[in-house]
Write a protein that binds this ligand. Structure first.
Ligand SMILES: C[S@@+](CC[C@H](N)C(=O)[O-])C[C@H]1O[C@@H](n2cnc3c(N)ncnc32)[C@H](O)[C@@H]1O
Length: 377
């Protein structure tokens, strides 16, 4: 299997290289309006925003920042297939401008922008960021009534492009092979995620990219890609940053397209690509091992299994999981300097089926629980 991963260093308000109805999923996290680190960027996109901030007009600054994001949401409805899903990770902002301290509800304003662009909102996910214990309440004291609640969650807003869901041929191989385990479904399709750790991907500190990246945890795009796309699909991230979405697409065996204004972040992405084979092996091995642990636990509780996921010879709960198949990236080809259009770089990845042999080395780590090897089944 081959996938392609294109990075375009250009403004996502016009997705000029992406043709109509050509991507099946959007996974992204925009710059957060009213969070100070993005003030300069929003002012570059629209100088009026800077004036509103200087005048301490919070409402107007908030609205003019969102007006720029709205142009991207409109582009998404053009390039996404009918029924394709768009997932937008966003946090609200608390800020004091002039005398007024308040919350700016980015999630609510994005829902309005997406509905205006023709999307149907679907049930959303809240994910809980790891907390810093008591330090988060510093300065709030113990006296009512003037303290504020600390925001420790972000939203993953989920939308469908248009009214109808995507259609597939009965027994579509790309769809059935992309199935997830029953117990993964139970966690992933819950409305609150408390098990995502907020660690940044490793970045080259020398480029200063980490400070600007605001990367989301790998687990977020990885889950969303598995939840909302099938093999053969292309995932678009219009606010690509360090390319966490593309990294997740490579591990999940999907193609990707990213738009990003900051060219330096592509360097950060390249350094992550160096270790993608090992990283992917760890992710896939963990999924299989977690499943084996689930099987053992359920059996210990007296449960039984009717079906088998043939590629891994592990018991599964439903017939839909029988063709479950993970892929492993084997080679990554970087674009030749000067190839492609000026602002476009395309990485090509070949994948082979991920087999139980890939898990062997990790299962034999000293001290690890060897009760749960795949060969037991
Ligand atoms: C919150 S960060 C995304 C981080 C990304 N999810 C990751 O894991 O690295 C938003 C990114 O959008 C980029 N950006 C902002 N406005 C843009 C625009 N109009 N077109 C393209 N990229 C933009 C910023 O440079 C920044 O890297």
């Amino acid at each position: 299997m081959k996938t392609s991963h294109t990075v375009v260093t250009s403004d996502a308000r016009e997705l000029h290289t992406v043709v109509e109805d050509s991507v099946e999923l959007v996974v992204t996290s925009p710059p957060y309006p009213m969070i100070e680190m993005w003030d300069d960027l929003f002012t570059t996109l629209n100088p009026e925003t800077g004036t509103h901030l200087e005048n301490e007009s919070g409402d107007k600054a908030f609205e003019s920042m969102h007006a720029e994001l709205d142009t991207v949401w409109n582009e998404l409805s053009r390039v996404l297939v009918d029924g394709g899903i768009a997932c937008i990770n966003i946090g609200d902002a608390t800020r004091k401008l002039g005398d007024e301290f308040r919350v700016y509800q980015n999630h609510a304003r994005i829902i309005t922008g997406m509905v205006n662009a023709g999307f149907s909102p679907l049930p959303e996910i809240l994910w809980r960021k790891p907390t810093n214990s008591g330090a988060k309440f510093m300065g709030s004291g113990m006296l009512p009534p003037n303290a504020y609640v600390t925001l420790e969650h972000e939203y993953i807003l989920v939308f469908r492009n248009g009214v109808e869901s995507r259609h597939f041929e009965p027994k579509s191989e790309d769809r059935y092979a992309a199935s997830y385990f029953w117990e993964e479904r139970n966690t992933w399709f819950s409305d609150v995620w408390t098990d995502v750790n907020g660690e940044l991907q490793s970045l080259d500190a020398e480029t200063g990219a980490r400070d600007r990246s605001a990367a989301y945890p790998f687990e977020i795009p990885y889950r969303l890609i598995n939840m909302y796309s099938v093999y053969g699909d292309t995932v678009l991230d219009p606010f690509w940053g360090t390319g966490t979405t593309s990294l997740a697409a490579i591990v999940a065996g999907r193609s990707s397209i990213g738009y990003e204004l900051d060219d330096e972040l592509v360097t950060a992405f390249k350094s992550q690509l160096d270790g993608v084979q090992d990283f992917s092996q760890q992710v896939s091995t963990q999924r299989i091992q977690d499943h084996v642990a689930f099987v053992n636990e359920r059996r210990a509780d007296g449960g039984s299994f009717e079906y088998t996921a043939d590629a891994y010879n592990v018991p599964v709960i439903t017939s839909q999981e029988q063709q479950f198949q993970l892929y492993h990236p084997t080679t990554v080809t970087e674009p030749e300097p000067g190839s492609g259009r000026g602002d476009e770089r395309e990485f090509t990845v070949t994948h082979e089926p991920f087999t139980t042999e890939h898990t062997d080395s990790l299962e034999k780590e000293p001290g690890e629980n060897t009760d749960t090897t795949l060969t037991d089944f």
